[in-house]
Design a protein around this ligand. Structure first.
Ligand SMILES: Nc1ncnc2c1ncn2[C@@H]1O[C@H](COP(=O)(O)OP(=O)(O)O)[C@@H](O)[C@H]1O
Ligand SMILES: [Mg+2]
Length: 315
């Protein structure tokens, strides 16, 4: 139970763990209480499965049964099947142009090459004029990743049981805050997401898995990736809790692929318009969006026929 409808009759509003397996979106402006709410949900979901938190700012350290300090203590183990897989990971993380992706495809021959991509780039002899400039720009982007030491390790699918270690505790927090750049954090976060999906596909882990993606607009800057991931993992028993401040950046498909929506207060007119439209809010609810209190949210969930104002349960 997440709270009560604010108008009489004050009915309890439920979100089931099954609902969350078909994904949950938490949106609201910075400081509106999204993280606090996501923390509360994480603690509840822990009773129904395994919870992983991609903790962008290091705010969940107290709620984790285990905290993995990515980059300082442990590298993220990223299962990568083939070279193309490695290319597509870097494409996402570094927002590569087509020529950059193409060049990378030529350079990366095996998954492990990802760990030495700077050396391979250095050693590469351009074969055409355009490759000279592309190599230089690619090297600049890649250097963003490797400056700060080992934050990931490519694991062969045969060693997958090691990645399965991620699930040994009920609530694991991946602390991304020590990582210094957005690209590094994104790489670590996408690595974990990739690993979770892989483990479920190969049936290394069973049961329900919930992943809290904090600051999702940073993790999956390209809405297409988020969209694809949401669609792919819902069949696998992985529920994402997508936390973001920028609803205007979310595509129609993302809105459509999240079963539960919890909207905290929003300030920008663009965000208000976008959420009102995509959730089909009536004028009254829409007019409340810029003045919701900490303990209020507009909620859409399978248990209620249409979005309502909910007074959230206090802790
Ligand atoms: N329900 C609440 N009651 C009182 N204070 C809250 C509540 N939710 C959040 N806060 C406070 O508001 C601030 C921002 O909350 P946070 O969850 O970090 O917001 P966001 O993740 O949306 O930026 C924090 O200092 C937090 O303690
Ligand atoms: Mg937050």
């Amino acid at each position: 139970m997440i709270g009560y409808t604010s108008e009489a009759p004050r009915l309890p509003v439920y979100v089931t763990s099954e609902d969350v397996l078909r994904h949950c979106l938490i949106v609201g402006t910075t400081g509106s209480g999204k993280t606090r709410l996501a923390m509360k949900l994480s603690r509840k979901l822990r009773q129904y499965g395994t919870v992983l938190v991609l903790d962008w700012y290091g705010e969940y350290l107290d709620v984790g049964d285990r905290v993995v300090s990515v980059g300082t203590e442990e590298p993220v183990l990223v299962p990568i099947e083939d070279a193309l897989d490695a290319v597509s990971l870097l494409e996402e993380v570094l927002d590569l142009t087509s020529p950059q992706s193409y060049l990378l495809t030529k350079i990366l021959r095996r998954p492990k090459d990802l760990e030495i991509v700077t050396d391979l780039l250095d050693a590469y002899e351009p074969e055409a004029r355009w490759e000279i400039e592309t190599r230089a720009s690619l090297a600049r982007k890649v250097s963003l990743l490797l400056k700060y030491g080992k934050i990931f390790r490519v694991v062969h699918p045969d060693e997958i049981h090691r990645v399965g270690e991620m699930f040994k505790d009920k609530l694991t927090v991946f602390n991304l805050s020590p990582l210094k750049t957005v690209e590094l954090k994104r790489l670590a976060a996408l690595g974990v997401l990739k690993a979770v999906k892989y483990l479920k596909e190969k049936k290394v882990v069973d049961g329900n898995e919930y992943v809290v993606v904090e600051e999702a607009h940073n993790v999956m800057a390209r809405s297409k990736l988020l969209q694809r991931y949401l669609a792919e993992v819902r069949k696998l028993g992985i529920g994402l809790i997508v936390v973001t401040q920028s609803p205007a950046g979310l595509s129609y498909e993302v809105m459509n692929n999240t079963n539960v929506k919890i909207v905290k207060t929003l300030k920008s007119a663009e965000d208000i318009a976008s959420i009102s439209k995509s959730m089909n809010l009536d004028g009254k609810l829409a007019s409340l969006l810029n003045k919701l209190r900490y303990d209020e949210a507009i909620v859409e969930a399978p248990s209620i026929p249409e979005p309502v104002l909910v007074e959230l349960e206090s802790e």
